[in-house]
Design a protein around this ligand. Structure first.
Ligand SMILES: *[C@@H]1O[C@H](CO)[C@@H](O)[C@H](O)[C@H]1NC(C)=O
Ligand SMILES: *[C@@H]1O[C@H](CO)[C@@H](O)[C@H](O)[C@H]1NC(C)=O
Ligand SMILES: *[C@@H]1O[C@H](CO)[C@@H](O)[C@H](O)[C@H]1NC(C)=O
Ligand SMILES: [Cu+2]
Length: 149
């Protein structure tokens, strides 16, 4: 009886330890950029970031967009080098993150590995999707120890 009792206590202790330790080690969220709107012209992604944030290291952003055809416009994902290029939608030094075909199916997943501002934009039409189409947003992931659930 006493042995069974202490075994039960051990099991409880183990479960409690798992509940405490596992979220610390592996918690990461996955966000579909724009939710149901996905990655498209005219949606306010700055507003989306305010509503969805904060974002943490190892969280991932999933960009979903259809490949271009006669009726669907092309989209893509670029990362700007700095705030000035982001603000002016100047793509000259931008780095391609996902091409026009890469948003299809389950989308393109970008894992936030660095604790720096990430300046995401759509690079299509020579920056017009960024300037006129609002296809731009900044995410600066926080350290996950700041996460409060
Ligand atoms: C997009 O949302 C941001 C944050 O809510 C807001 O400041 C901005 O004015 C909005 N842009 C447009 C074009 O509505
Ligand atoms: C992010 O994930 C990597 C493994 O993919 C892990 O080594 C690292 O500790 C994680 N970082 C945070 C802040 O959770
Ligand atoms: C273009 O692509 C969209 C989305 O993938 C699809 O629904 C539509 O039927 C396609 N149109 C043509 C003309 O191929
Ligand atoms: Cu676009």
């Amino acid at each position: 009886m006493e042995a069974a009792g202490s075994r039960a206590a051990l099991v409880v202790a183990a479960v409690v330890a798992l509940l405490v330790l596992v979220p610390e080690a592996s918690r990461a969220d996955r966000f579909v950029v724009g939710d149901a709107a996905r990655w498209t012209w005219g949606y306010n992604y700055t507003d989306w970031v305010i509503k969805k944030g904060p974002f943490f290291l190892n969280d991932s952003l999933v960009f979903m967009y259809d490949p271009p055809n006669a009726t669907v416009h092309a989209h893509s994902v670029y990362m700007m080098r700095n705030l000035a290029d982001y603000q002016s939608c100047n793509l000259k030094a931008a780095k391609l993150v996902a091409g026009v075909m890469q948003g299809t199916g389950s989308g393109f997943e970008f894992v936030l590995k660095k604790r720096k501002p990430h300046y995401f934009v759509c690079g299509e039409r020579n920056g017009i999707h960024c300037t006129m189409g609002q296809m731009k947003f900044i995410v600066k992931p926080k350290h996950s120890s700041c996460r409060d659930y």
